[in-house]
Design a protein. Structure first.
Length: 406
């Protein structure tokens, strides 16, 4: 088995993931707009029409000609009405006005809307009490938001509810998006037992499978949980090679270090490819990224906090890159409630409870538990604090990067 004696820098590992995933992006598909929410766009969206598509009123009131208004009160003849909906053939002449509602198309000849609150009606006439300072008041011009032919959404963007609404407002019925990657999830180890069964001495319940399934579902994926990998090299090989032929992504936890029962690296080196193994980070140093047949493989260490750190640090990047996501996720930062100090060179991920204080400041309170097996501390926290590479002495109040669980 080839040795990987040097621990890779965290940022270099991220770069490798993006480079490899960019060469193995999932296919595209065209979906109805209603089914495309949360997907990554695979093609630009060009506006087929303008927004607004026609001049319309921004308020309930009366459409009129600004030139007809005097400095004081002005009485105009009410000649018709135009409500939101299909435009009627109405023309506003000198000294006339039309009742209009928000969103209704502007009648021909009118260039201003006076809101209803600044008028009073008197025997078929409308008295304008306050004169707008200029023509165009309370009027939405055609195309002032979007011009026909303008690119409004770009390939690589995630279709948020707001972006889906924009597409709908343009009459776009379907979108070309990247397919969701298929994912196989493996936990490993003879010591693992399904929850609900009795434990024999030396056995523990399998918690990492549920952890990974939940993290992947939070990314909008539908992972498939495979049977536990036993500590047998031949069975590990058979299971991983089967999954490699059928899935876009394999995520494992455990059996990735340098122990006698850690068989995953050897399988990847013999039958696939290892892109990197071991990263300068704590926890999660033995993390491995490779390829096996049609699948990319992210092999995570077995301790629960290591699973969190490596999935949040690398798993999300891999999932985004496989789907062609080009926009970065929002970076979050918070002020430390308590100081953090470390003497080693590795990038460290510490559990924390992140909250917004009474002054509107985002704060991160580090959990005192430090062991990577301390699952309760994970449950008490909602984020990881990213402590930068190299020795660090971060005082309370220092601003740090945080990774939310979801």
């Amino acid at each position: 088995m080839t040795d990987f004696p040097t621990q890779l820098a965290f940022d270099d590992a991220i770069a490798i993931i993006r480079e490899v995933a960019a060469k193995h992006r999932v296919d595209t598909e065209t979906l109805p707009l209603s089914r495309a929410h949360g997907r990554i766009l695979a093609a630009d969206v060009v506006a087929p029409i303008a927004l607004p598509p026609f001049d319309n009123s921004a308020m309930d009131g009366f459409a009129l000609r600004h030139a007809d208004l005097g400095e004081g009160e002005t009485a105009l003849h009410l000649v018709d009405e135009q409500f939101a909906g299909r435009a009627r053939d109405i023309t506003v002449g000198e000294g006339e006005c039309v009742r209009i509602t928000t969103g209704a198309p502007m009648p021909t000849g009118a260039d201003t809307v006076v809101i209803k609150e600044n008028t009073r009606e008197d025997a078929g006439r409308v008295v304008i009490l306050a004169r707008p300072s200029a023509a165009g008041a309370n009027l939405r011009r055609a195309g002032e938001d979007v011009q026909a032919g303008e690119c409004v959404l770009q390939a690589g963007q995630r279709l948020t509810p707001a972006r889906a609404s924009l597409a709908a407002s343009l009459g776009v019925p379907s979108l070309t998006v990247f397919r969701r990657p298929t994912v196989a999830v493996f936990s490993s180890g003879d010591e693992l037992v399904e929850p609900g069964l009795s434990l024999a001495p030396g056995e523990i319940y399998d918690s990492n499978r549920e952890l990974l399934m939940g993290l992947l579902r939070a990314e909008g994926l539908e992972p498939t949980a495979w049977p536990r990998l036993p500590d047998d090299p031949r069975q590990v090989e058979i299971a991983l090679r089967d999954a490699g032929c059928a899935f876009d992504l394999i995520v494992t936890c455990g059996a990735v270090s340098a122990g006698e029962k850690d068989h995953i690296p050897a399988v990847l080196q013999q039958f696939g490819q290892v892109h990197f193994w071991k990263v300068r980070m704590k926890p999660g140093m033995p993390v491995l990224f490779g390829s096996l047949d049609q699948a990319r493989v992210l092999a995570l260490p077995g301790n629960p906090v290591s699973v969190f750190a490596t999935f949040l640090g690398f798993g999300r990047t891999l999932i985004d890159a496989l789907q062609g996501r080009s926009e970065a996720r929002d970076a979050e930062r918070a002020q430390l409630v308590a100081p953090i100090e470390k003497s080693h060179a590795r990038r460290e991920f510490q559990r924390a409870r992140v909250f917004c204080d009474e002054h509107g400041v985002l704060r991160a309170d580090p959990n005192p538990a430090v062991g990577s097996h301390r699952l309760r501390a994970v449950g008490e926290s909602n984020a990881l604090i990213v402590v930068p590479d190299g020795p660090q002495r971060l005082a309370a109040g220092s601003v740090v990067e945080i990774l939310r669980y979801v």
